[in-house]
Design a protein around this ligand. Structure first.
Ligand code: ZN
Length: 405
C-alpha cells in the first residue's frame, strides 16, 4: 500500500488539517460519553456536513501506546515500524541523532536509604530543578569508555540521555520496575548481540555514577532508564505523500514523532497546551505548509485521571476554538484520536476511536448528526484501520492520482 500511495501521490495547493484529541474515545458513564455530554455547537454543525467513522488505531483488541497510535494515523503500520520512546523524546526537544546513537528516556526518581523506590517521579520535579540537576550531572559525566554521554532536561521529572560511540546496540531493557517499594532494576541487555551488551554496560556505569552525583539531592537521588532506541529507518511524509507538513504540539514525544517523519515543529514552548497559542501558530504558518498536525494532550490526561467532567470541559474548549480552524477553510479537516482513554478504565484502551472527516466530497450525515462514538459507529466511513486514514485524507484533498490505466 505504501508503495502504491508513493507512486500516485501528487503535489497540490490543497491543505489538510488533522486534529488529534489524545485519548478522545470513551465509554458511557451514566448513559453518556464525554463527547455526548459536551455542549459543542460548532462541532455539531460540522458533523452534519461531515462523514463519520471509527478507526482501529492498530488492530482489533490491541491497546496502543501514544507512539504507535500516532504512527498509524500518519499512514505507517505500527506493526511494521517500531520507534523507541527515547528517540521520540530526544528528537522532540530538538536534539539531533546520528544513526548509531542510542537514545534513552530518563526519569529522576526518589529512593530511600536502602535504595528502594519511594517516588518514581521525584515528586514531579519542577522543570527548573530538572535543568539544574541535568547540568550538574553533565558536568560530572561526559564520557564512559569510548562513549560520549549527553544529558538534556525534558519536562517535569524527565530527561533525555544520548549515548554516542562505536558499536552500540539498543536491545536493552527498562530499569523502571513500574512501582514503588522495589529497587530499580539492573541494566540488562535483552538482545544478545555485542552492541546491546556494550550499551547495557555503559548504561549501568552511567546509573552508578549518576547515583553518586545525586546522593545529596532530596528528591532526585536516583535515575530510571526506559525506551532504549536508535533512529529507525522510516520514510518521510515528503517522500511518501509529497506533503510539506508541520506539527503544532506541546509535548516532546509527539513533536519527536512528527519530526522523525519529516514534519517541521512550529515554535511552541514545551508543555504549552493553550489552544489560543496553537490556533495562532496555525494562522501564522498557514501559507507555508499543506499538512498540519495539531495535537491536543489534555483529553488523554483527563481520561487517565478518571475525570469525566474535565474531559467534557476540554471537549467544549476545543469546540470554542474550532471556528478558528474553519475560518481558514482547509480542503480537508479530520478530527480523531490516537486511541481511546475511557474514564471508567483510567487508561488507554483497545476501543476504536471516533473519526470526523470534512471535505467537499463526502456524503454529509445530515443536521441531526453529532460527533459522538455512537454516531461514528453508524457513520458512512464505516470502521477501518487507522493506517488507511492518510490515503482517505489525501484523496479528499485531490492529492492522489488514478491507480492504473
Ligand atoms: Zn495518546
Amino acid at each position: 500500500m505504501e508503495e502504491i500511495i508513493r507512486a500516485i501521490a501528487q503535489k497540490t495547493d490543497s491543505k489538510i488539517v488533522l486534529v488529534v484529541l489524545d485519548g478522545l474515545g470513551d465509554l458511557p458513564v451514566e448513559g453518556k460519553t464525554p463527547l455526548e455530554a459536551a455542549r459543542t455547537p460548532t462541532l455539531d454543525e460540522l458533523a452534519g456536513n461531515s462523514a463519520l467513522g471509527l478507526l482501529d488505531p492498530i488492530a482489533r483488541g490491541i491497546t496502543p501506546g501514544s507512539g504507535p497510535g500516532h504512527l498509524g494515523l500518519f499512514g505507517y503500520d505500527p506493526l511494521q515500524y517500531e520507534v523507541g520512546r527515547g528517540v521520540l523524546e530526544a528528537l522532540g526537544i530538538g536534539l539531533d541523532l546520528e544513526p548509531e546513537d542510542v537514545a534513552v528516556r530518563g526519569n529522576f526518581a526518589t529512593v530511600d536509604e536502602n535504595g528502594v523506590l519511594t517516588d518514581r517521579r521525584a515528586g514531579r520535579l519542577p522543570t527548573d530543578e530538572n535543568k539544574r540537576i541535568c547540568a550538574k550531572l553533565q558536568r560530572q559525566i561526559r564520557k564512559i569508555e569510548d562513549v560520549s554521554v549527553q544529558i538534556e532536561p525534558v519536562m517535569d521529572h524527565r530527561f533525555a540521555l544520548v549515548l554516542r560511540g562505536p558499536g552500540l546496540g539498543s536491545g536493552v531493557a527498562d530499569t523502571d520496575p513500574q512501582k514503588t517499594g522495589l529497587k530499580p532494576l539492573p541494566v540488562t541487555a535483552v538482545a544478545q548481540d555485542r552492541g546491546s551488551r556494550k550499551t547495557a554496560r555503559i548504561a549501568e556505569r552511567f546509573v552508578f555514577q549518576a547515583m553518586a552525583v545525586l546522593k545529596d539531592e532530596v528528591k532526585a537521588n536516583a535515575v530510571l532508564l526506559r525506551g532504549f532506541g536508535k533512529l529507525p529507518k522510516i520514510p518521510k511524509l515528503q517522500e511518501l505523500y509529497k506533503l510539506t507538513p508541520a506539527v503544532i504540539a506541546g509535548y516532546p514525544m509527539y513533536r519527536g514523532l512528527a519530526r522523525l517523519i519529516g514534519m517541521e515543529i512550529l515554535p511552541l514552548e514545551l508543555g504549552d497546551e493553550r489552544l489560543e497559542e496553537k490556533m495562532r501558530l496555525l494562522r501564522e504558518h498557514w501559507e507555508r505548509f499543506d499538512f498540519f498536525f495539531i495535537h491536543i494532550k489534555r483529553t488523554d490526561s483527563a481520561g487517565e485521571d478518571g475525570n469525566f467532567s474535565r474531559k467534557v470541559e476540554l471537549i467544549e474548549e476545543f469546540d470554542a476554538h474550532l471556528p478558528e480552524i474553519l475560518a481558514l477553510e482547509p480542503d480537508v479537516l479530520a478530527i480523531t484520536a490516537d486511541h481511546s482513554t475511557p474514564v471508567p478504565l483510567r487508561s488507554h484502551s483497545w476501543h476504536p476511536v471516533p473519526l470526523l472527516l470534512h471535505s467537499r466530497y463526502i456524503w454529509p450525515g445530515g443536521s441531526d448528526q453529532r460527533f459522538t462514538e455512537r454516531a461514528c459507529r453508524r457513520g458512512g466511513l464505516g470502521r477501518f484501520r487507522a493506517v488507511e486514514l492518510m490515503p482517505e485524507l489525501l484523496a479528499h484533498a485531490l492529492k492522489l492520482q488514478k491507480f492504473g490505466a
